[in-house]
Design a protein around this ligand. Sequence first.
Ligand SMILES: Cc1cc2nc3c(=O)[nH]c(=O)nc-3n(C[C@H](O)[C@H](O)[C@H](O)COP(=O)(O)OP(=O)(O)OC[C@H]3O[C@@H](n4cnc5c(N)ncnc54)[C@H](O)[C@@H]3O)c2cc1C
Ligand code: FES
Length: 255
Amino acid sequence: MIQSLCTVHNVEQVAENIFVLTFISPHIASVTKAGQFVNIRVAEGVEPLLRRPFSVCRTEGECVEIIFNVVGKGSSVLRKKQSGDLIDVLGPLGVPFSLFEDDFDTGVLVGGGLGVAPLPISTATLVARQKSVSTFIGSRSKRQLVKNHLVNVHVATDDGTEGLHGTAVDLLKKHSDEYRYRRPKIFACGPTKMLHAVAAFAIANSIPCEVSLEGPMACGFGICQGCPVELVGAERKYALMCKEGPTFDVRRIRI
Ligand SMILES: Cc1cc2nc3c(=O)[nH]c(=O)nc-3n(C[C@H](O)[C@H](O)[C@H](O)COP(=O)(O)OP(=O)(O)OC[C@H]3O[C@@H](n4cnc5c(N)ncnc54)[C@H](O)[C@@H]3O)c2cc1C
Ligand code: FES
């Protein structure tokens, strides 16, 4: 992990209220693994004071992409960044998805809303490893769908404007025959309610599954103790989301 001032390459709107910010960092671009995140100090002043964590969405050459929707102070500042601006970035942080293990043949990627963020970099890793990939993404409507840099994508929308009328987990269940016999492993990111449903499906069907959590964080590297995740049946009651996550095997944690 390093802290560095990185130059913004550009900020591009890719869907309704959803933006991709690309910044230049040869170090982060070369060492980041899928599922890791960066912690960004979005402004020089005190407002907002805390860094904001963002999953690394994709890397290419010296460039690193994050994707975000504008919900509050931090994301509003980021959205207004322009080419050439500097941002203070700490990263890469956290434990990546275990995409380099040999305990699966099909990577089943599931993303709800902006939980799609770590899926492009995960896809690139799986494709490079010659794994099969099935991708299931859900959003509120067609207007908020982001499918860039994904492969074999199945879509669901809450309002039925594209794909299945329902959730990413409904889709996952509907297509489960497709990957049943090819040693699947699920990698999911999205709202807590969705992660609950994915975990229940995975456990009921004996499919290994990792989720990436997006709870509140501050320091991002294990100092402030501000990001506890409840563990199941362990010697310790809590793990730190920033340091021992944000990716966890669903059997280890109480989501
Ligand atoms: C490991 C990790 C990875 C993350 N990756 C991403 C990512 O790739 N893309 C991304 O957009 N965000 C991501 N987040 C969330 C991100 O860090 C910020 O919380 C989010 O951008 C909101 O920050 P803000 O300063 O704009 O909002 P704040 O000013 O902090 O919050 C304003 C209001 O918005 C609400 N709010 C906060 N976050 C959300 C949300 N996600 N959806 C709806 N309402 C919200 C708050 O409850 C509050 O009421 C990640 C978080 C973690 C811990
Ligand atoms: S955010 Fe500080 S310990 Fe996790």
